[in-house]
Structures are given as C-alpha cells and as structure tokens.
Design a protein around this ligand. Structure first.
Ligand code: PGA
Length: 251
C-alpha cells in the first residue's frame, strides 16, 4: 500500500441508529471526489446500514472501532473480524487510548488483534500516544516507540505495509487542546524513523501516519501541511458533517 491521505471519523459511543444513518448520508452527499480517503467508524450496530451509504462514494470507506482477536465461537458479546468483513468493513481501529484506559488493552492483546485483522485482509488503524505526565516528563517518544514496537514489530515488512498508524496524544483527545503542528510533526517524524529502522526507508516512506486529538476545521490545514502528517483520526468533529467535510477538504 502507498502512503495515502486519510481522514477517519471515530464516532465512539455516539448516535442512535437513525442519527447515524443521517450523519453518514450527509457525509456521503457532501464528499468531493479526491485522493483523500474518508473513513467512517460508527458503533458496531450501525455498521451494516452505514455500509450501504459508504458504497455511494469511491473514496468513502468503513471502519470498526474494535474487534475480537479470535475467529469465532464462545465469546459472548464480542464481534469477529469475519463478521465485520461481511458487512463491508475495510479498516479496524485498534489500541485507541480509551480501549487501553477502560478495557485494559495493551501490547500483547493488540498484537493478536493486529495479526487477526491483517490475516483477514483488513487494515488496522493502530493508535498510540502518551498521557500528559509522560509528555511533561519528556519521555513521550520512548513510550510511543515502545507501543509501536510491542504491538507491530513482530510483523513482516509485507504485512506491515497494510498498517495505518494514528498518533493521538491522550492529553489532546476530546480536550479541545490540539498538539501544535510542530509537536505533531516531531512525533510523526520519530515514528517514521522508527519504522525505517525496522523495515527500511521505502516502507517507512509508504506508511500512512495520522494525527488525532481535537482535530477541527480551524487547525486541520496546518496539521495536514506537516510533511509527516498524512491525515487525521477525528472524534468530536466527525459527529458534525460540515466540520468533518471541512477537515477532509483541508488537504
Ligand atoms: P477528538 O477524538 O477528535 O474528539 O479529540 C480523537 C480520537 O479519540 O480519535
């Protein structure tokens, strides 16, 4: 896979079924054809309805917010990757800081989920990012590097080519405080360097690295103009079609 421009909307646990369908329709209706891939990540229960809408546009794709690592069987309440695939999901967000914080997800489990997603031919959007005390202590590059190494670096270069990375400093998520373009660029460059060290410069150059954390229409252009920022993972602003579309148009 080549490096791409991606703007993904993570709806988290928001929107009723009808509201979700309306939001997806509004995004599809307003989406311009371009090289930027727009991704909608609604709650599981809305995926199959949103899938119909996503099919209207070539550059609109569907993501899940999580998945189970096993193929199927006695895992009450869980959703398998084959189920996601069967409703048209192409990407799966993994390791979001809220999954790490509230559901105890860490490297060993995330590595299994990454493997399962890739084995099914889907693409993980792997999230990493530090909390505020780590940033203040100045150890954020080590922490993010460890998160990436621990969950991804067992992959072959071929498998890694399908991974999208999202750098999301936890202190910027849902807080309205965005990382400055310089802070985002600095970490994205560190991540690309790390990937180059493991897989070589060609793979690193082709890796799509998204920024997440209070991306809005007012700051998207500056963030996306950084050389190593290839797009965004957007929470709050993805719930408003006009804001989400304006962010997509910020390239
Ligand atoms: P936010 O969320 O845009 O609301 O800060 C980003 C995310 O959690 O992916």
């Amino acid at each position: 896979m080549k490096r791409q421009h991606i703007v993904a909307g993570n709806w988290k646990m928001n929107k009723s079924f009808e509201e979700g369908k309306d939001l997806a329709e509004a995004v599809a209706a307003g989406l311009n054809e371009s090289d930027t891939i727009a991704i909608l990540a609604p709650p599981f229960i809305h995926l199959s309805a949103v899938s119909m809408t996503v099919q209207q546009k070539l550059n609109l794709k569907l993501a899940a917010q999580n998945c189970h690592q096993e193929q199927g069987g006695a895992y009450t309440g869980e959703i398998s990757i084959d189920m996601l695939k069967s409703v048209g999901v192409e990407y799966v967000i993994l390791g979001h800081s809220e999954r790490r914080e509230y559901f105890g997800e860490e490297a060993t489990l995330l590595a299994k989920k990454v493997d399962a997603v890739l084995a099914a031919g889907l693409k993980p959007i792997f999230c990493c990012g530090e909390k505020l005390p780590i940033r203040e202590a100045g150890t954020h590059t080590e922490l993010v590097s460890d998160q990436i190494k621990g969950a991804l670096f067992h992959l072959s270069a071929e498998a890694f080519a399908d991974v999208v990375i999202a750098y999301e400093p936890v202190w910027a998520i849902g807080t309205g405080v965005t990382a400055s373009p310089e802070q985002a660029q600095e970490m994205h460059a560190v991540i690309r360097q790390l990937v180059a060290g493991q897989y070589g410069a060609e793979v690193a150059d082709a890796t799509t690295i998204l920024y997440g954390g209070s991306v809005k229409p007012a700051n998207a252009k500056e963030l996306f103009s950084q050389p190593d920022v290839d797009g965004g993972l957007v929470g709050g602003a993805s719930l408003k079609p006009d804001d989400f579309l304006a962010i997509i148009d910020s390239f």
